[in-house]
Design a protein. Sequence first.
Lengths: 605, 167
Amino acid sequence: MGCTLLIRSAGHGPYVGEPTLPTLDYDTEGAFNRGSLCGCGNLSLELCSHPRRFESPRMRDAAGVLQEVTWSKALDEIAARLGAIRRESGPGSVGLWLAPSLSNEDAERVARFARLLDVPNVDSGLPEDQALLGGIERAGVSVERVERIEQLAGATAMLCVGDVLTLAPCLAKPVLDARYDRRQNLLGTLAGARSRTTWFGKPDLRCAPGGETAALALMLHVALLGGHGRGVPWRQSALDGLDAIGIATLERAAALRRDAVASLVDALAERPGTAILIGVGFADRARPDLAAGLAAMLAAVTDSRLLAVPQGANAVGVRRALRAEGYPDRAGLTGPEMLEAALTGELRALLLFGLDPIAATPGHLARSALGRLDLLVAADVLPNRATHRADFVLPACVAGEKHGHFTNAFGADLELGVALRPPGEARTEAFLIGELERRMLGGAAIRRVPEPEQRPGALEQKSGGGLFADLDLFLRLQEREHTGREVGTHLLLGRADPAQSGDGSWTRHLSWPQHDTPRPEVSLAVEDAAELGVRTGDQVRLRSPGAEVVLAVRTEPRLPRHVVLAPGSEPGVRDLLRWRLDPALRQIALDPVRVSVERVDGGQP
Amino acid sequence: MTSAISERKVTKRIVLDLDRCTGCRACGAACHVGHHGQTNLVPGVVADAAVLPVHCRHCEHAACVEACPTGALYREEHGFVRRAEVLCIGCRSCSFACPFGAIGDEFVRHVSPKCDLCVDRVVAGGVPRCVASCTSGALSFVELEETVGTPEYVGGRIRSRGTTRRA
């Protein structure tokens, strides 16, 4: 199973089963969490037995209908069309985008294939994960990482940023041990009000929804003003950057007072073995890189260990595998850049490995971009909006159906064996790439691949100053948009959903979530709701030029006036959101969007 | 009849620690997978605050067994209350009779879900799948004597210490 953190270290025993009826034997004597199955493991079980799995290759015919074909026919056609595009428009017109769920070996194989074809455009992962991991690198601070789960279990003070327990349920035991083992233990959480992680946090640390980044900056400022982190070389520049923003601005944006965070900051700095955990999943999705950079700086100042928890099961491993092959570099494009290039016609062919760009990026852009491509190949397990538009759909395997290594969030490589037979004609990415290599390169694939060029780390910028300038701009933008709004408009922020991928909410295959998954809701300030004449449970329509969505209302006491929070993964909300490319990270940054909010009388969302 | 039941009563119970349940639903997923696509564990929805698993207590005097008109529910040799699926006519009498709401009224495969305490694992010395899969350590499988008369344990749950604050 593709557990992000532990996999076999969790103590899972041997798997026994048939493809359609998998059963799992739990080893309750397992080293770390006594045989727990994390969300990723459950997701794999859902996927491997899902009735809508792709079981054979499909090719779009002249009438535009996807028809089942043999692997041989599909691969011959893909190789011919990919080769023709490469000859006509050059290798730069081809792109490959990998899901963070691929094994390290599969990612290396794809990257090597791209390098053999001289294709520069290879990217991996979800844009939010890339921003999170890139933000820590960009901060350029030296911080000790959490390398083993036991280091968390002994922590007496901990800060969780984002919905860490939803992203990585396997962390629940050490985090809750740190919460309950001793009376004076402290667990602070900065996450959405309804997230699973927030339930266990210190209540007076609850910031305004969307104010998590400001809250982290406030904690960093309080730590520096309190005299912590005297050994860090960038202490004065950070203080100057934060002073320029002003502690009052941070307090206002976070809806937190400095004395509310002081006890946790002091505990993090003064107690031994403290930790800061950060993952996506907080209400403020606009700039996870800023939050990640600030968390890294706070960890350095308070001498705490840092753990980044990405959303993708193998985000760290795939990212590392691509970097070993020299990707991404300045000559190539990142995933969001590939979408923009597709719109301008510079990119003509895109191969997707388990990733749906329409779901991974907000707004209309991905949908339009995929429609402009001359060749779209999607290797995936279940239908999604990318496979719906693809010229070729190739049935792929999930973790447990293929052998490979996965890198957990602690940076350890873990081997995963084959436990289940893939359904129908589903094949691994290694098979697909191997066959394409054979068809397109013949003997060339066998020759020794030259070592990748040593390129400067494009994403690494050793400057905390840039981070504070961005933070200042980010807060000013939100405040300006907020205060300078037109009458009747609200500021829309995309909220991360509390649903975890492995609990059945993703595929709706398990029977529990079919009747207890809450319907999508929009959060409104209590005063705004009163002004509109709506209460929790009523419906409102959010409208911006070109898009609208009807959602149920939930009133949120701590939400600032004229700000609305809606689930960013909801297709209608995603259409309302807008993004732009951040030039430093070369990943997406969400811009606040003005929407009108109207009461809907009758009808269901 | 009563003495026969008490002689064979279940010696272990599933207990839920309210302070540690994150509502991740891994228990439901494990139950679903372990029972060939039928989730026998019923979700207890606590307003908007939480979704908690509701387990069958395998009562000494089981109301569901008494209510079943066809004898589909019975107590087997190890003391577990089980269902003979071929005898179940889907009348929902058991669901109405259960005082804990542990038998759902949603039909799967023409029978309503009923926890069998993963008898296949328990008789082999293991623990139920939901306990084994619990990510936060909230579920435990403990001897009955440890729970009866202990103030910490109430109705199959470890009483909240009042430190968990739900949003």
